[in-house]
Design a protein around this ligand. Sequence first.
Ligand code: NAD
Length: 477
Amino acid sequence: MYTKLALLIDGEWIEETNAGSQSVLNPATEQPLGRLPHAGKPELDRALAAASRAFESWKGTSPYERGQIMRRAADLMRERVDHIATVLTLEEGKTFAEAKGEITAAAEFFDWFAEEGRRSYGRVIPARISNMRQTVTQEPVGPVACFTPWNFPAVTPVRKIAPALAAGCTCIIKPSEETPGATLEIARALTDAGLPKGVLNVVFGVPAEVSEYLIRSPIIRKISFTGSTPVGRHLARLAGETLTLATMELGGHAPVIVAKDADIQRAAELSMSIKMRNTGQVCTSPTRFFVERPAYEEYLEYARAFVEKQVVGDGLNPGTTVGPVANERRVEAMDDLISDALSHSARLIAGGERLKGPGLMYSPTILADMPGQAKAMTHEPFGPLALVQPVDDLDQALARANALPYGLAGYAFTSSAAVANRIAEELAVGVIGINQMVVTIPETPFGGIGDSGWGREGGVEGLEAYTVEKYVGHLHL
Ligand code: NAD
C-alpha cells in the first residue's frame, strides 16, 4: 500500500547506499512504513554531475516538448491519485480527501507551468540608433537545488520542480525525510512521462549536510527552500557566500480580521475549517483572529460549534475530518503553547489537549481573550490552534495584525468595500484573502515579506524565478 523508498539519481532508483537509512513513520499509528536510504557524498556528487550534464540538453529542449512531458506527468498523477494520496496520508497524516486535493493541485501546477514555459517571452527594446537591435531573452538559471518540508509533500515540491523544468533548469530536490513517498511518486510520474535522466534527481539524507554540500557546489545556481524561518536564514547565509540565487518560503503567523459588519457565522465556520486544514500545519494557516467587539461572542460561539463537530482520527478513515499532527515535535509545541497561554489567563473555548491514541491525535483548539504576551501570539503554532482576541476597531486590528516580523498570508471578513480596501492596502503580508481563504493557486504569485522570506511561487513570477535575462545589443554593420 505504501511505496518503495529510494533515491532517484541520473534516472536510477537507488534503494541502498553506504550512508545509512532511516525509518519513516505513520503519524496515525506511530508504526514504521519503510526505510529510507540516505545519500552520502558519492550520491550527491553523482546527482550534481547528472544535473549538470542533463542541463546542457534540457535547456535546448523546446518549451513545447518540456511542457508535453509535464502535462503527461500531470495526467499520470490524476490517474494514480488514489494510490499517491494513500501514500501521502500514510506518511503525513492528513485526511485522504485532503491528500487527493493536494495531488490534484500539484498536477495543476504542472499544467500551468507546462503552458507558462511556452510564454517565456523576451522583448525588443527600441534602440537609439537605426542599425542597432536590442533584445532581451530569458535563459534558465542553471541546475537548482530545492528543499521542501513535510506538511505538503506533493504540492510544495511541484511548486519548485514545475517552474524549474519549464524554464529549462535541471533539479536536485531534497524533500523531507519524514514524508518522502509522495514526492517519489511524483518523480515516478515524471520519469514514466518521459523525463530524460538527470533532469530531476531526488535525494534524502541529513538535511543540514545535504543542503550545505549542494549549496556550496558551483554547479548549483539557485536554491529554493520552504520551511522554518531559522533554517531559511541559515540557508540564505550559505547561498550568500556562493552568491547563489535563492527563493525563501518561510513561516507565517496569519492574522484574520473579522469586522463587525461581516457575515459572522460564515466567517467563523470558514475560518475554522481552513484553520483545521492539514491539522493547522500550513504556513498560511489562519492563526491570530482579531474580531471586532460587537461580533466577538457570536463569532466564538459559531467557531466552537464548528470545531466541536470535527472528528479527529486516522486520515484513511472515511469519517475523519482532522488527521493527526505529523510528528511528535508538533505535540510538544502545542502542549507548550497552550499551557503557556492558559497560564497567562487565556480562555479555553474548545480542545486543549492531546487525545488518546493510537497516533499523534490533538484536539482542535480555540483560545479566546488571548493575552498579547502569550508565546503563541508570536511563535508560529503550526498545529490545530486558533487564537482569538477582541479589538475595538479596524485601527487596532491592523496594528495588531502587523505587529509581527512575519508577513505571509492575511485574511479579512467584511461586507464593506471601504474596510476591505483599507485592509488590502495596509495589511503587511504577501497574500490576502478577503471573504474567502484560498491564496495559493497556480496562476497567482505566492510568497511572503519580512521573516516569511522572499521570492514568489506560482503565477508568471514563479517561472521568472528560474530564469535570468540576457541582453544583446547587436550593431548591424
Ligand atoms: P525544522 O526547522 O527543523 O524543519 C523544517 C524543514 O526544513 C524540514 O522539512 C527539515 O527537513 C528541513 N530542514 C531542517 N534543517 C535543514 C537544513 N539545514 N537544510 C535543509 N533543510 C533543512 O522544523 P520542523 O520541526 O520540521 O517544523 C517546525 C517549524 O517549521 C514549524 O513550526 C514551521 O514554523 C516551520 N515549517 C514551515 C513550513 C512552511 O511551509 N513554510 C513547512 C514546514 C515547517
